[in-house]
Design a protein around this ligand. Structure first.
Ligand code: 4AD
Ligand code: MG
Length: 436
């Protein structure tokens, strides 16, 4: 192909180049022939573009390649962008030339037909190329961007927590152990404990990173490795903690509706329930949740944690996100502040998403009293030596403080209307899967 002066553009920007000659690097997504013309659907990661070629407008070699390149072949195309209402996206490229980078092997595993989920997961590295998966990844990136923009605008500071830790945060049964030069270490379950130190240093902070749970659960909402956003705030009690969560969730939903509407449409996500996400979110106590559940033949003994079926039914009652507050201390983590009026329950809330998605946020006020924290750590048999620094936070200027953790994949699943959280992360780690 003649080296020329055409600018190289990306498909997402095609609309800015109408009438102009351009060059685009991409992959063959699909092709159909209409007699003397060939319609090539080109994929470049930023979108899909219909490229129309005919023998009379192209060199013979390029015309031959156009009619024969297998799916996922890589190439440069040259042509002129034109507006065409019939073309997907509203623009098409009138092809003038192309040059093949590689004619792909003809046996692309994910040819354009239906495949089962296990097969798709085995080929996750290729499946990510499909428009649906690309749409989910764009929504995911938007969610992360919205979280950071929103928290930054509220004066929070990003303070990332370590991944390798000597101690547990969320109970000792789901720890991933590893050897740290002869010392036992774990992959973090949550950045919270470090975040508490960060909040005492900088007031309002958040961390955003991977968390690991060696959980033997094989459900549509559990990953072994997931990404969590964790804000932590000094001088903030549980009611204000929930208000921060409401504003955050509302900001995320609004942003995705505003900037990723096209992706939600591609995913065939009914946006009507998302338009209803407005603060304040309803709040119910654990006790009244049990009453609602009893009326739905899902009775639960007081003291037991809610499971997925309970959460689904509760959130359905309200049709929008709902806080469940005041859980029994026994079914929650050691650091949660007991309710002074009723010490058998803690000042906490889980935020449940509607439409079957359940818990997307877990948060609480933290114990700030040194004696009480000391007692809790001993009671549940945590190694006090590993938590010495954490106790220091209660010794030197302790203050009431609160925070929460939001699972990114759970939120993305809900916003995209996905059937399983595994599609909300590029390379999911599941109970039975660490490949690819
Ligand atoms: O409720 P969790 O376990 O809370 C914590 O880890 C706290 N230390 C967070 C904090 O207060 N800073 O987890 C918080 C959220 C859940 O609501 C859920 O969205 C997500 O993290 N999550 C998971 N997501 C996918 N797979 C898993 N196995 C998850 N476990 C928790
Ligand atoms: Mg939880």
């Amino acid at each position: 192909m003649a080296q020329d002066t055409r600018p190289t553009i990306r498909i997402r920007d095609a609309g800015e180049h109408v009438g102009a000659p351009v060059r685009i690097g991409g992959w063959v997504y699909n092709r159909r022939s209409g007699g003397k013309v060939v319609f090539l659907i080109l994929r470049d990661g930023s979108g899909l573009l219909q490229c129309v070629g005919s023998a009379k407008d192209m060199p013979a070699e390029a015309w031959d390649a156009l009619g024969s390149l297998p799916q996922e072949s890589s190439l440069w195309v040259c042509g002129t962008v034109r507006r065409d209402a019939r073309a997907p996206g509203g623009y098409e490229l009138a092809l003038e030339d192309l040059s093949v980078i590689q004619a792909a092997q003809p046996d692309y595993p994910l040819a354009l037909k239906e495949h089962g989920p296990e097969f798709l997961m085995d080929n996750r590295h290729l499946w990510l190329r499909s428009p649906r998966q690309a749409a989910v990844m764009r929504v995911r990136a938007e969610v992360v961007r919205a979280c950071r923009d929103h928290l930054d605008s509220e004066g929070f500071l990003l303070m990332d927590a370590p991944v390798l830790t000597p101690a547990a945060c969320e109970g000792t049964t789901t720890l991933f152990g590893t050897d740290y030069f002869g010392q036992q270490a774990f992959l973090t379950q949550s950045g919270q404990l470090y975040n508490e130190a960060a909040a005492m240093a900088l007031g309002r902070v958040y961390c955003f990173g991977p968390a690991f749970r060696a959980e033997k659960s094989k459900t549509r909402r559990h990953l072994i490795e997931f990404w969590m956003l964790e804000p932590e705030m000094a001088f903030v009690e549980q009611e204000e903690n929930m208000q921060v969560q409401e504003r955050l969730i509302t900001a995320i939903v609004e942003r995705v509706l505003e900037r990723q509407r096209g992706e939600l449409e591609l995913l065939e996500r009914d946006v009507e329930p998302l338009l209803r996400v407005k603060p304040p979110f309803p709040r119910i106590t654990y006790d009244s949740a049990l009453e609602i559940l009893q009326g739905k033949d899902l009775a639960l003994p007081w003291g037991e944690d809610l499971g997925a079926p309970h959460e689904v039914v509760l959130a359905e009652e309200f049709g929008r996100p709902v806080f469940v507050t005041h859980y029994p201390a026994a079914c929650k983590a050691f650091y949660m502040q007991p309710d002074p009026a009723r010490p058998e329950v803690v000042l906490c809330a889980d935020l449940l998403a509607p439409e079957g998605y359940g818990e997307i946020i877990g948060g609480s006020q933290r114990i700030h009293d040194p004696e009480l924290m000391e007692r809790k750590v001993r009671e549940i048999g945590l190694p006090t030596e590993a938590y010495r620094w954490y106790m220091d936070l209660r010794r030197y200027g302790t203050v009431p403080h609160s925070g929460f953790g939001m699972g990114i994949e759970r939120v993305v699943s809900w916003l995209c209307g996905l059937a399983h959280v595994r599609e909300a992360i590029p390379f999911p780690r599941l109970l039975n899967r660490i490949y690819p």
